[in-house]
Design a protein around this ligand. Structure first.
Ligand code: ZN
Length: 332
């Protein structure tokens, strides 16, 4: 039988709720399994953005396999579904972006999402390692990790594998006024926080397969680090190093008429002066440099070609290879 996207989501959410009930979870849309052989605790998140549902089938498969002892694991593992309300409405968020709502110094409104972030923060605080599954709006030529450069988080991502590209950046200002991303919040607590973009948003076999393999390998890594005392750096060096990219240009979405030519996927190659779209006066919009396009935006437009408000901050960004190994950024 073929299910619609909505029916699929309901089936998976329902199954998660049943499992949650069975395991007496005390925090809604989360569940924890503790095998008590070592003290390592890993937390996985899906649906931090509601319409990025691709990891959900793998999360449920992983829980079932752990319960049925088909997957062996000795530590503590938690799974959290970030924004169920948005997922049910097929939206990224309902009132504000959950992934900008974490942290103690949040200054925004007390939205649904901020309330959820506050609810989730104690669980994140208790994590040694946190892996957040996301998906991009448009298709992607490959999956990728994306997070601010950090020694241990980098080695964890490389050890866990699943993507050969890391889009990274130098450490920013320590105390931002805006709310934090979930992984950023965990890193601010000196723990491991990494984000993996699985590909285009929604259910797909490729997202499920990739997320499941990452779940399995991350559990193995936690076991090795916490019960055998093997360093994550040693595990990481068994895998090839990443291709490192950093975002070097952000094209502002500063006019509702500004638009991109159809058909850009994440990682399509851009060359300097290549025409990529049209500006607010419908003159050609050129790429300012060579690189790879990321996060191309194609919002709904009205009959006169104006994108619906509010406009996203940027219509696309350009990532290019880093000039040096980003570990060098960490040397003072
Ligand atoms: Zn996301």
């Amino acid at each position: 039988m073929l299910y619609s996207k909505k029916e699929k989501l309901d089936l998976y959410l329902n199954e998660f709720m049943q499992l949650e009930k069975k395991l007496n979870s005390n925090l809604s849309n989360t569940l924890t399994l503790n095998f008590n052989k070592h003290r390592g605790h890993i937390v996985f998140a899906g649906l931090i953005h509601g319409n990025e549902t691709g990891s959900l089938p793998a999360i449920i498969k992983c829980i079932n396999k752990l319960l049925q002892k088909e997957l062996s694991f000795g530590g503590k593992v938690s799974f959290l579904l970030g924004n169920i309300e948005a997922a049910k409405k097929d939206l990224r968020y309902v009132e504000s972006d959950l992934n900008r709502s974490f942290g103690e110094s949040y200054k925004g409104k007390l939205t649904l999402e901020r309330k959820r972030a506050v609810e989730l923060m104690p669980l994140l605080k208790s994590a040694d390692v946190f892996i957040d599954f996301h998906q991009t709006i448009m298709p992607s030529l490959k999956p990728f990790y994306i997070f601010e450069m950090n020694h241990d988080s980098y080695h964890w991502a490389r050890a866990v594998g699943g993507a050969s590209t890391l889009v990274t950046r130098k450490k920013g200002a320590p105390f931002s006024q805006a709310g934090m991303c979930s992984d950023e919040y965990v890193r601010s607590l000196q723990k491991i926080g990494i984000t993996l973009e699985l590909g285009e948003q929604g259910f797909s076999d490729s997202a499920e397969t990739l997320a499941f393999s990452v779940l399995k390998r991350a559990l193995k890594c936690i076991d090795k680090v916490f019960s055998s005392g093997i360093s994550i750096e040693k595990l990481s060096r068994k895998n090839n190093d990443f291709e490192f990219l950093t975002i070097s240009h952000r094209e502002p979405f500063d006019s509702p008429k500004k638009c991109l030519n159809a058909g850009f996927s994440n990682f399509h190659k851009l060359t300097k002066n290549m025409i990529v779209g049209a500006d607010e006066r419908q003159n050609p919009l050129e790429s300012p440099k060579d690189g790879y396009i990321l996060f191309p935006k194609y919002p709904k437009r009205n009959s006169t070609g104006e994108a619906s408000m509010p406009l996203p901050g940027e219509i696309f960004v350009i990532a290019e290879p880093t000039l040096e190994h980003p570990l060098n950024w960490l040397k003072a």
